[in-house]
Write a protein that binds this ligand. Structure first.
Ligand code: URP
Ligand code: ZN
Ligand code: ZN
Length: 464
């Protein structure tokens, strides 16, 4: 199989030029001006941007959580991601407390295998780590699972104490791998929640008003301190506010190896959203919660000046009917999470490039290249270069869409609402290739399945 993409403007994190791309089998084999080659498929990209496929390093497909299971599985979730110009996701396998992490990985392989349309990797969520299990972390790394997420939030569910954090951090550091941190003081937050519920504050809005930004900042500060002592590279997931970013900046100034991701919901939505009529605020019950609007400018600036490294979605969808409504009588029972995997590239292109906050190169970096480099996928993924996987998006920079659950150009996620309903965006992923396979052709899904598990390199290998 060969593909020729003609006349496009190729934009990577570092380059911007007009050329043709010739793809043989799964990889880019030739880039040049007016290539005179025969191809089985020819795509005319005149007037379009030709971008490395998006990489979303934070999704939760088929995840048991909050008494239910996230609404997208690996089949529907990866198709929706593909529609939105994302060609690789990194999802989270979960260790059942007291059981082997290897067993958790097997469970997630079974969930994804044969179902995914785009390529995928796994982080491992560690829920306990006694000394006897530490060896499993090296085995996971050997299997290409080279990053681990631990939680300071959700006491009694995914929470681990500082001792477990330190033990896992140290082992991950020794193995040359990376720690991902859900940084929020869940113990204090639970106390605030208990008091609120006792006062009869049970509507969705109280989810946000019981989770102060200081408790996220404290978690960021503490996890950075533990990571420094344990000597492990740290990646703060879903950073939501200026308070928390300040801790990252301070540590980076000291030379600490800490990076952070934010998400479209913290860049585009704010705490007032919870004040919508009735139970509607449940749509945005996620953790961390949406913050006061002024934080958005600080996060955009953080992305522009490299204090923030990536934009992931934390896609964790639950339908309003039958899932979110589990919490009708108390916000504490609303499953935490919101959809977004399909909308990330358009939203960020709009906010970053159309609204002139940063360059096209930086847009590519925060939506693809930085995640590839951080999580051991580069240069196979995250760029367009000879030898790289032909994960490519032909992106229409002019096309305008209104994001809506009813718009079949913006919503293929298996969830009964859009977190960005009514948002007008400019920039749309028109045609998408995954390892040279045409999967989205002018907005239509033309290939299903074929996504593969990708073994990722260790962060230490990237430094050699
Ligand atoms: O509300 C969220 N974020 N749900 C998914 C789990 C997590 O904490 O990432
Ligand atoms: Zn989290
Ligand atoms: Zn998450």
């Amino acid at each position: 199989m060969s593909v020729l993409i003609k006349n496009g403007r190729i934009v990577t994190a570092s380059d911007d030029y007009f050329a043709d791309i010739y793809i043989e089998d799964e990889a880019v084999s030739l880039i040049g001006k007016q290539l005179d080659v025969h191809a089985d498929t020819v795509i005319d990209a005149t007037g379009k941007l030709v971008l490395p496929g998006g990489i979303d390093p934070h999704t939760h497909f088929d995840m048991p959580f909050g008494g239910t299971v996230s609404a997208d599985d690996f089949e529907s979730g990866t198709k929706a991601a593909a529609h939105g110009g994302t060609t690789t996701i990194i999802d989270f396998a979960i260790q059942t407390k007291g059981e082997s992490t290897i067993k958790g990985l097997d469970t997630w392989h079974a969930k994804a295998e044969g179902k995914a349309t785009i390529d995928y990797g796994f982080h491992m969520i560690v829920t306990d780590m006694p000394h006897e299990r530490l060896g499993e972390m090296e085995r996971l790394a050997g299997e290409g699972v080279t990053s681990y997420k631990l939680f300071m939030a959700y006491p009694g569910v995914l929470y681990v104490d500082d001792g477990v954090l330190y033990r896992a951090f140290r082992q991950a550091g020794e193995n040359g791998t990376r720690i991902c941190m859900h940084a929020e003081n869940g113990i204090v937050i639970d106390e605030i929640v208990r008091a609120a519920v006792a006062d009869g504050k049970i509507a969705p809005r109280w989810h946000a008003h019981t989770r102060p930004t200081r408790m996220e900042a404290e978690g960021v500060h503490r996890s950075i301190a533990i990571a420094e002592v344990a000597q492990v590279p740290l990646y703060i997931v879903h950073l939501s506010c200026a308070d928390a970013l300040e801790e990252v900046k301070r540590a980076r100034m000291r030379g600490v190896d800490v990076m952070a991701e934010t998400c479209p919901q913290y860049l585009f939505l704010d705490i007032d959203t919870y004040d919508k009529e009735g139970f509607e605020g449940a749509k945005w019950v996620m953790t961390p919660a949406l913050r006061e609007k002024w934080n958005q400018d600080v996060l955009w600036a953080g992305l522009s000046n490299h204090h923030l490294a990536t934009v992931a979605t934390d896609h964790c969808p639950f339908c309003m009917k039958g899932q979110k409504d589990l919490g009708h009588d108390s916000f504490t029972k609303i499953p935490n999470g919101a959809p977004g995997v399909e909308n990330r590239m358009s939203l960020i292109y709009h906010g970053a490039v159309v609204e002139k906050r940063m360059s096209l190169n930086r847009f590519v970096e925060i939506t693809s290249t930085a995640a590839a480099k951080t999580f051991g996928l580069f240069p196979r993924k995250g760029t367009i270069a000879v030898g790289s996987d032909a994960d490519i998006v032909v992106f229409d920079p002019e096309r305008k869409e209104t994001i809506s659950v009813d718009n079949h150009f913006t919503h293929h996620m298996r969830v009964d609402y859009s977190a960005y309903e009514g948002f007008k965006v400019q920039g749309w992923s028109e045609t998408v290739l995954s390892r040279g396979r045409l999967i989205i052709d002018k907005g239509r899904l033309v290939t299903e399945g074929g996504g593969r598990f990708i073994k990722r390199a260790r962060v230490a290998d990237l430094l050699r």
